[in-house]
Design a protein around this ligand. Structure first.
Ligand code: ATP
Ligand code: MG
Length: 266
């Protein structure tokens, strides 16, 4: 019996097979004792295939036989299984963007993959800035609030600068995230602040990955990572750019388990 474990900066993702079916589990990285208990109780003899930044940390806490696997290899192997299971058939060439605690960008060209770059702007940025701005710490709560928020009055749009005049780009585009100081009262609602934060992170990630998509001459971008798990707002914010930039964006089901799938298959 084998178990694939992707121990990331924030979440530990687990994939294993029982009666020919994949089963999934998630633990918080700062509650690693729960993972240890779960393995000791239910899978004491399983071989663990561990990837992610906290792989060493976890391997030291368990007595199971184990193998450590490179995070980027695991992710790029695992995405293929995730896409197959999601019945998502993509072109030979696409950009893979993992928005985890931080963000990592990979080119996928046939059988070859390469890490092209990354950014510190990711799911961790959402969590940290949410806390600093609103004192909210729960991912689900943050996203529920953000879904209810508006972006007018905090974000400065192109039309807010051009006012009545014709602008060279769509007036609906953001001219300056959190830039509408003139309108700010200090009484901004948490839900509006969080909506703007999700907007800023989505826009920053998209603008950062676009040149990479251009460089590999692909318009297909696949987003994975738990930041998008169950997260309609992030998807909606990103999808606004599909037509404008002629992109095709995908958010495959169970994409957050790519690393764990890849480790298991390795
Ligand atoms: P990295 O790959 O950068 O080391 P990771 O693998 O832990 O990190 P993911 O699990 O893909 O990263 O995504 C973590 C992000 O997912 C968090 O920063 C947060 O925005 C979001 N998230 C989703 N669900 C939760 C949750 N229950 N608790 C905390 N964060 C969550
Ligand atoms: Mg990760």
């Amino acid at each position: 019996e084998c178990i694939g474990i992707d121990a990331g900066g924030t979440l530990i993702k687990v994939v294993y097979k029982e009666r020919d079916e994949y089963l999934y589990q998630t633990f918080l990285s700062n509650e690693v004792e729960k993972l240890v208990k779960w393995i000791n109780e239910w899978h004491p003899n399983a071989k663990l295939k561990i990837t992610g930044g906290k792989q060493e940390n976890i391997s030291k806490l368990l007595h199971n036989p184990h193998e450590l696997i490179d995070e980027f290899e695991a992710t790029t192997i695992g995405i293929k299984e995730v896409l197959k299971r999601a019945e998502l058939y993509l072109p030979e060439k696409y950009l893979l963007v993992n928005v985890g605690t931080g963000t990592s960008i990979h080119s996928m060209i046939g059988e070859n993959s390469e890490r092209l770059g990354g950014s510190g702007i990711g799911g961790g940025t959402l969590m940290g800035l949410s806390y600093l701005l609103t004192r909210q710490k729960q991912f689900e709560e943050i996203m529920l609030l953000a879904e209810k928020g508006k972006r007018t009055g905090i974000d400065l749009k192109v039309r807010d600068i051009y006012e009545g005049d014709r602008s060279p780009i769509s007036g609906d585009l953001t001219a300056s995230n959190f830039g509408f100081l003139e309108r700010m009262t200090g009484e901004e609602l948490q839900e509006d602040i969080l909506a703007c934060l999700v907007g800023m992170i989505s826009e920053a990630v998209l603008m950062m990955v676009m040149p990479f998509a251009k460089a590999i001459e692909s318009s297909t971008i696949v987003f994975i990572g738990s930041t998008f798990h169950n997260n309609a707002l992030f998807k909606k914010q990103l999808q606004r750019f599909e037509d404008l930039f002629e992109l095709k964006l995908h958010f495959p089901f169970n994409g957050q388990y790519s690393g764990a799938h890849g480790a298991l298959l390795y």
